[in-house]
Design a protein around this ligand. Structure first.
Ligand code: TRP
Length: 339
C-alpha cells in the first residue's frame, strides 16, 4: 500500500513540476511595437507554463554602455517596460543579473576551460570585429558570461530570439566541457526560439528595427505615435481608387491590432475603393493608442512608484541568489576551491 502511495505521489509530483525557464533581457533603450509582437508578448505568455526566471542583463550591458546614469536609467526603464507589458512579479522571479555576483565567479571557472579560437568563432564577436571596432574583453567573453547565467540556475529552457541561438549552444558546450573536466555538475539547457508570430513591418515596409529608424514606439506619446503613423510610406492612389491591402504598409500593421471580422471589413474597404490612406492611418492611430492604453497606464503607475519597481527587483534578486547557493557549493567543491 505504502509503496503504491509513494509511487503515485512521485508520479503526481513529476507531472506537476514545472520546468524552469530562464532568459535575460538587454537594458538597451526604448522598445517599439515590433519588440512587443516579436518577442515580449510571447515571453509574457510563457510565464504560466514554466517556473520563470527573467533577469536584466546589466553586466552584459557594460560591454557597450559605460555611463552610470544611462545604465541605471536603462535598467529601471526595461523593468518598467516588461512589468507594464504584463510580466507578473508574482509568477516570475524578475531580477538584475548583477545581484548574483556568483555569475561572474562561475564565468571565471568557465573561462579557464575555454579556448580563444572557440570564442573567436562566435558570430556576435565576428560581426563586432568586422565593423572594425576595438572589441573589449567583456564583449569577447560575452557567450561565457551568458553560459554562466544559464547554467547557474539549472535552466531547462532558454527562450531567445534566433540571433541568440548560438549563445545557448555555447552554454551547452560549456556545460559538457565542465562536466568532463570536473565531473557531472550541469544539465544541458534547451533553446526555445521565439518564433516571430508576425514579421512586424516598420513604417517603410521593411522589418521594424531600431537600426532602420522605422519603428513605432510602444510607450510613445500620442503625438509621437501619430507622427510615425502619418509617415507610413504608401503609393499615391487617390481615396476613390481600389487598393491592394496586401501590398499596403498601413494594412500590414492593422493586421496586428484588428480581429477577424474588423480586419475583413477593412480589407473590403480597401478593395472596393473609397478609403483613403489618410483615413486608414487615422484608424490605425486609434487602434494603437487604445491597444496600448492599459499598458501605458501601468507604466505610468510604475514611473510614479519607482520604489516599488526597485523592491520587485531587489526581492527577485534575493530569491534568485538564495536559489543558486547550493549549486555554487557543488561547483566550488567540484573545482576544488572548497577545502
Ligand atoms: N544576450 C541576450 C540578448 O542580447 C541577453 C542575455 C544575457 C541572455 N544572458 C542571457 C538571454 C541568458 C538568455 C539567457 O538578448
Amino acid at each position: 500500500m505504502w509503496v503504491i502511495c509513494a509511487k503515485l505521489f512521485t508520479f503526481w509530483y513529476y507531472i506537476n513540476m514545472k520546468k524552469r525557464l530562464l532568459s535575460g533581457i538587454q537594458p538597451s533603450g526604448t522598445i517599439h511595437i515590433g519588440n512587443y509582437f516579436g518577442a515580449i508578448k510571447q515571453f509574457v505568455d510563457l510565464q504560466d507554463t514554466y517556473e520563470s526566471f527573467i533577469f536584466i542583463a546589466d553586466l552584459h550591458a557594460i560591454t557597450t554602455i559605460q555611463n552610470k546614469d544611462i545604465l541605471s536609467k536603462n535598467i529601471l526603464n526595461v523593468a518598467m517596460d516588461y512589468l507594464a507589458c504584463g510580466l507578473d512579479p508574482k509568477k516570475v522571479c524578475l531580477f538584475k543579473q548583477s545581484d548574483i555576483p556568483e555569475v561572474a565567479e562561475l564565468a571565471w571557472y568557465f573561462n579557464c576551460i575555454t579556448t580563444m579560437p572557440y570564442l573567436e568563432r562566435a558570430t556576435a564577436y565576428k560581426d563586432a570585429n568586422m565593423k572594425a571596432k576595438e572589441v573589449n574583453v567583456g564583449l569577447f567573453d560575452y557567450p561565457i558570461l551568458m553560459a554562466a547565467d544559464i547554467l547557474i540556475h539549472d535552466a531547462d529552457v532558454v527562450p531567445v530570439g534566433s540571433d541568440q541561438k548560438q549563445h545557448v549552444e555555447y552554454a551547452r558546450d560549456t556545460a559538457i566541457k565542465f562536466n568532463n573536466a570536473f565531473g557531472q555538475t550541469f544539465k544541458l539547457p534547451e533553446v526555445l526560439i521565439l518564433k516571430e508570430v508576425a514579421i512586424v513591418p516598420g513604417i517603410d515596409g521593411r522589418k521594424m528595427s531600431k537600426s532602420y529608424g522605422n519603428t513605432i514606439p510602444l510607450f510613445g506619446t500620442d503625438d509621437q505615435i501619430r507622427k510615425t503613423v502619418m509617415s507610413i510610406v504608401t503609393d499615391s492612389k487617390k481615396p476613390s481608387e481600389p487598393k491592394d491591402p496586401e501590398t499596403c504598409n498601413i494594412f500590414a500593421i492593422h493586421k496586428l491590432f484588428l480581429k477577424n471580422e474588423d480586419l475583413e471589413n477593412l480589407r473590403k474597404r480597401y478593395t472596393n475603393g473609397g478609403l483613403g490612406y489618410k483615413e486608414s492611418k487615422d484608424m490605425l492611430y486609434e487602434e494603437i493608442v487604445s491597444f496600448i492604453k492599459p499598458m501605458r497606464e501601468k507604466r505610468e503607475y510604475y514611473e510614479k512608484n519607482i520604489e516599488e519597481v526597485k523592491k520587485i527587483l531587489n526581492s527577485g534578486g534575493e530569491r534568485a541568489r538564495n536559489n543558486i547557493q547550493n549549486k555554487m557549493k557543488i561547483i566550488r567543491d567540484n573545482v576544488g576551491v572548497n577545502i
